[in-house]
Each structure stands twice: as structure tokens, then as C-alpha cells.
Design a binder for this molecule. Structure first.
Ligand SMILES: Nc1ncnc2c1ncn2[C@@H]1O[C@H](COP(=O)(O)OP(=O)(O)OP(=O)(O)O)[C@@H](O)[C@H]1O
Length: 300
């Protein structure tokens, strides 16, 4: 199985604990979102997964074994600090990196052509990296992480610095890798990207995992959702229904904050007693709401 597994992983730098008892499993064909404020420990975790840093404690396994030089061709890594050689031509740079990952020269050439076309930058093939804009350099670095068809993709802030059109282009490519069965982990500060792409996620704060699970579970276990009801009849009495924490009324309906689905059901039953209900909906909290509640407003 193409599974990435971290068990009780800890990393200390001197007295400072950068990653504290982190456990997670990312299965085949899964995209895992890794969220945290600046300095939360995301990059440190990625470096440990790649074997660039040694954990102080715990174990990391890819397909049941630690990652070593011999498995490195199975892995694609987009580092947070972008590191291309400014004076080298795009094509030479990418062939060099492709060959480092075990690709044959011709295969590397074909992959480079394919990806430059795909990302709509074929005209940069013979340009020096330093002649490209930041966003286009980023695309070249993304190509470097994908071109050898890795089974495990580790992407540190892949969308930062890209304009909205390029964000969509990259999302498309990453989804294709997932659909082909790749195991993907990416970090982001952008909750909307994670909400759209990730089945599973963790939020870490000061090295500690404060939220973990599927997007569904995370939203459910947060225990806070809004029920919106619209009726032609007076429903102000509904605030007395047990389990309702808060309510507000406007012309287009009433909003009740509740902790669980049972309370939402009770609200609907009660509302129906006063007359027909024109609108009833349960609105889940957004990942943004959850992140802010868990990590704290000082980071928001
Ligand atoms: N080599 C090191 N020596 C000492 N401290 C380090 C080292 N590397 C990282 N740290 C510390 O560990 C913490 C986590 O850093 P890390 O780069 O993993 O955070 P991050 O979640 O990737 O943050 P960002 O979103 O800002 O990139 C930080 O407080 C950082 O200063």
C-alpha cells in the first residue's frame, strides 16, 4: 500500500519543541491538508518525512519503510523556499533534476515539453530562470516536483505566489495525480483550498495537532452549526427550544446557533407547528471558523 504513516513524531531543536507527538496516516489516492499558523511546524514535518531531518522521537514510514535515498525517485517535493539556479536555462535545469530522480534523458525531455505546454509556458524552455517572473519560476519548480511521476507528493505552500488562473491549473494537475492513486500532502494558509481539495486534514498549532480527521468529522466534531429558518409566521418563540445557544432575526429569516443535529430537528418540528416553513437549512462551520477558534484570534 502506498501509505504514508507518522507515529508520535517529535522534533526538538535544543529546548524548543517544533513538532510535538504528531501522528497521521495518508492513504493512496488521498490528499491530506496540513494547516497551521506561521512557525507551527509544517516545514519541519515535511523535512522529516523526506529524511532531511531526523526526528527526535517517533517513526515515519512510506510503504512500511523509512524514506531513504533509494526511494527518493518515488517522491516529489516542492520546498517552501524555492531553489532554482537563476543562471541556468529552464530546460537544462529540469533535465538535470529529472535525471537526478532517475529519469532517462529522453523521457525527461518529453516530460518537460508536456508540462511546459500544460502550464502554458512552452516559450520559456530556453530562457534562464532569472528571466522569469516569480509565479512562472514557481511553475517551473512545480514541474520539477511532478515530472518524474512521483507516488508521494509533498507540496509546501504550492499555491502561494500564483494568480487565480494558475492556481486552478495547478489544482487540476494535483487532482489528476490523486485520481491516478498518488498520495499527496500539502500545507497551506488558505482554508478555501484545503476545503476544496482535502479529504483529510490536520491543524497544528505550536507543533501540536489540535484538529485531525476528515473534513466531515472535523466539521461535525466542532459542535457548532447554524440553522436558518424562514416562515411567514412568528417563529421568535423558537429560541426557547432546548439546545439553542443563540438566535438572531432578520427579514429573510432567523438564524439559530446549535450544537447538534437533534436540536436542528427539534427546531424544524417546532417551526412546522406554527405554519408552513419556506426555508430550512443547516449551515456547517467553515474551516476558517474552525481554524480561528482552535488556533486563536492572535494568529488569524
Ligand atoms: N533548524 C532549526 N533550528 C531551530 N529551530 C528551528 C529550526 N527549524 C525550524 N525551527 C523552528 O521550528 C518552528 C517550526 O518551524 P517550521 O518552519 O516547521 O514552521 P512552518 O509551520 O513551516 O511555518 P511557516 O508557515 O511560517 O512556513 C519555528 O519556530 C522555527 O523557528
Amino acid at each position: 500500500m502506498m501509505t504514508l504513516q507518522l507515529e508520535h513524531v517529535t522534533k526538538r531543536f535544543g529546548d524548543f519543541t517544533a513538532v510535538d507527538d504528531l501522528s497521521l496516516t495518508v492513504g493512496e489516492g488521498t490528499m491530506y491538508g496540513f494547516l497551521g499558523a506561521n512557525g507551527a511546524g509544517k516545514t519541519t514535518t515535511f523535512r522529516m518525512i523526506l529524511g532531511l531531518l531526523t526526528p527526535t522521537g517517533g517513526t515515519i514510514r512510506w510503504k512500511g519503510k523509512p524514506i531513504t535515498y533509494s526511494t527518493s525517485h518515488e517522491i516529489g517535493y516542492l520546498p517552501e523556499e524555492r531553489g532554482l539556479y537563476p543562471k541556468m536555462k529552464v530546460e537544462d535545469q529540469l533535465s538535470f533534476l529529472g535525471e537526478l530522480r532517475g529519469m532517462k534523458k529522453n523521457d525527461a525531455k518529453a516530460a518537460i515539453r508536456k508540462w511546459l505546454e500544460r502550464f502554458e509556458v512552452p516559450q520559456y524552455q530556453s530562457k534562464k530562470v532569472e528571466e522569469l517572473s516569480k509565479g512562472n519560476q514557481q511553475k517551473i519548480q512545480v514541474i520539477a516536483s511532478l515530472m518524474h511521476n512521483p507516488e508521494l507528493l509533498i507540496l509546501d505552500e504550492p499555491f502561494s505566489g500564483l494568480d487565480p488562473v494558475n492556481v486552478e491549473m495547478l489544482k487540476g494537475a494535483v487532482k489528476e495525480f490523486r485520481d491516478a492513486g498518488a498520495t499527496i500532502v500539502f500545507s497551506s494558509h488558505r482554508m478555501d483550498h484545503v476545503e476544496e481539495l482535502c479529504e483529510q486534514l490536520s491543524i497544528i498549532d505550536h507543533g501540536k495537532q489540535v484538529v485531525k480527521g476528515s473534513l466531515r468529522e472535523v466539521k461535525r466534531s466542532f459542535g457548532r452549526q447554524n440553522v436558518r429558518i424562514r416562515s411567514d409566521y412568528d417563529i421568535t418563540g423558537l429560541q426557547a427550544v432546548s439546545g439553542v445557544r443563540n438566535s438572531s432575526y432578520a427579514l429573510d429569516g432567523a438564524v439559530f446557533q446549535v450544537a447538534d443535529d437533534e436540536t436542528a430537528d427539534r427546531l424544524l418540528q417546532e417551526a412546522l407547528k406554527s405554519g408552513p416553513v419556506r426555508h430550512f437549512s443547516i449551515e456547517e462551520p467553515s474551516l476558517q471558523d474552525i481554524f480561528i477558534a482552535k488556533v486563536g484570534a492572535e494568529h488569524a
